[in-house]
Design a binder for this molecule. Structure first.
Ligand SMILES: Cc1cc2nc3c(=O)[nH]c(=O)nc-3n(C[C@H](O)[C@H](O)[C@H](O)COP(=O)(O)OP(=O)(O)OC[C@H]3O[C@@H](n4cnc5c(N)ncnc54)[C@H](O)[C@@H]3O)c2cc1C
Length: 437
């Protein structure tokens, strides 16, 4: 029975919100003017503001909902020092010039260094650890493909990547589910909502105006400045940064056509018996796999629960739909968890781009940083930082993700009606691949 998986204390909210719940707090008044107005108060928006203020530039962060409403308090908290170049949610592989691949991986590596530094400098208590990641191979062919990627990962992103054959897989995970896999040593994990709260406090300490419940409804030119209309008054700003990622809406139709919001879902289990909890992921790494319909998982920061995510569906669905699917994916990998109950289930939007790369740049005069493609804890922090440095004119190198080329598609206007079909198709392709493996 499906309902058997739900704990009696089940709540359809992120487990992370037990430590920090998105809140509007005492509403900060929307200032009449700021040098820079930032739309969206997630990691990208806060990190932009934080870096700007460090260069003496005053910024206002305008968030439509409570502070931390978006993906930044809902994610899995796995922090990668790489980027999945060319691997889009449509399964399409985009080809990227090898020289640019190296530069992108180098930026991804810098993103990892930045988050590491920020957490230390701002004393953010968010259970930040760097135990590495294990990426399980769904098929033998995937294992071979992973092996071929090692060299570039290690040379361009200093990933410390190495392969683990199937015979030694139990050193990484208490499961025989995969065909071996790849370990990426330069990879970490944190508590995403506490990292968010730490960035928020770092902004507040420097008197950045972070305004909750200030939905931006229109941005227009007013002479040399921008007039930014919000639900709580207008701001005049010299520059505007759009940091709305998977929640990009009608405010910026040209950007909305360039990001596809795909839902990702997560469950957290009840506390497990200590011996069982300790046995599941012996080295405490984060885990994911090479399926098209990816699963990602880890132990909770206290090591007592499994936090298990994946694209149970590509659209927002109720926890009664997503949680049983994720529970099944979890017990496929860990049959020893059958009977374990789910205490939390939640969802959030990931922003995919049509070339499967994150982007920053300027369009119609507006700055943007968008398109985490599922891996944005470090990357969106970094793109915000890069955008701030560009505005402050202190960037000492051009970010490889800052290009004019941010593709759209003539048949996509911003309404991803096709996602259920794409999701179904890729689940089928995964099943066939596995049957043939
Ligand atoms: C379930 C899930 C699991 C994930 N797991 C991982 C992971 O393990 N590792 C990883 O690296 N990444 C992960 N990600 C991705 C990561 O969470 C995101 O890349 C990152 O949080 C994006 O930050 P952001 O600031 O760009 O956007 P968000 O945090 O989504 O913030 C955007 C904000 O913009 C606001 N907004 C939108 N329109 C307006 C408007 N008109 N006016 C004002 N405000 C507006 C929204 O309310 C929202 O709060 C995951 C994402 C999800 C959803």
């Amino acid at each position: 029975m499906v309902s058997d998986i739900f704990h009696r204390d089940f709540a359809p909210i992120p487990y992370w919100w037990e430590a920090y719940t998105p809140t509007a707090g005492e509403l900060v008044e929307v200032p009449r003017a700021a040098r820079v107005a930032i739309v969206g108060g997630g990691y990208a928006g806060l990190s932009t503001a934080l870096e700007l203020v460090k260069h003496g530039i005053d910024a206002v962060v305008l968030e439509a909902n409570e502070l931390g409403f978006g993906a930044s308090t809902r994610n899995g908290g796995a922090v990668s020092g790489g980027v999945n170049i060319g691997k889009s949610f449509t399964g399409k592989t985009t080809s990227v010039d090898p020289v640019r691949v190296d530069r992108i991986l180098s930026d991804a590596s810098d993103a990892f260094a930045l988050i590491d530094r920020l957490i230390e400098e701002e004393s953010i208590a968010c259970f930040w650890e760097k135990p590495g990641r294990f990426v399980g191979a769904w098929t033998k062919k995937h294992f071979d493909t992973q092996s071929r990627r090692l060299a570039v990962l290690n040379s361009a992103a200093q990933s410390g990547a190495h392969m683990v054959p199937r015979e030694r897989q139990r050193e990484e995970i208490a499961s025989d589910y995969y065909f071996g896999g790849m370990v990426v040593e330069r990879s970490g994990k944190l508590h995403p909502a506490l990292y968010y709260q730490g960035l928020l406090e770092a902004c507040r300490r420097r008197n950045v105006a972070v305004c909750a419940r200030a939905a931006v409804t229109e941005v227009s030119r007013a002479g040399n400045a921008w007039r930014v209309e919000t639900s709580r008054g207008a701001v005049s700003a010299g520059d505007v940064v759009i940091a709305t990622n998977g929640y990009t809406g009608d405010l910026t139709p040209a950007l909305r056509r360039r990001v596809v919001p795909v839902a990702s879902h997560i469950i957290a289990t009840e506390e497990l018996p200590p011996d069982l909890a300790r046995s599941l992921v012996p080295k405490g790494r984060t885990l994911s796999d090479t399926r098209r319909v990816l699963c990602y998982y880890r132990m909770s920061p206290d090591g007592k629960r499994v936090v298990f995510g994946g694209r149970a569906r590509f659209t927002q669905v109720d926890a009664t739909v997503s949680a049983p699917i994720l529970h099944r994916y979890m017990t496929d990998r860990f049959p020893q968890l059958r009977g374990v109950k789910v205490t939390h289930a939640w969802t959030g939007n990931v922003a995919f781009t049509l070339d499967a790369l994150p982007h920053m740049g300027q369009r119609d005069g507006l700055h943007y940083c968008l398109g985490c493609n599922g891996s944005g804890v470090a990357m969106m922090t970094y793109l915000g930082w890069q955008t701030a440095r560009k505005i402050a004119r202190v960037a000492n190198y051009a970010c490889s993700l800052d290009t004019e080329d941010f593709p759209d598609h003539p048949l996509y206007s911003g309404n991803p009606w096709f996602l259920p079909i794409v999701g179904g198709y890729y689940r089928l392709r995964d099943t066939v691949d596995r049957l043939l493996a």
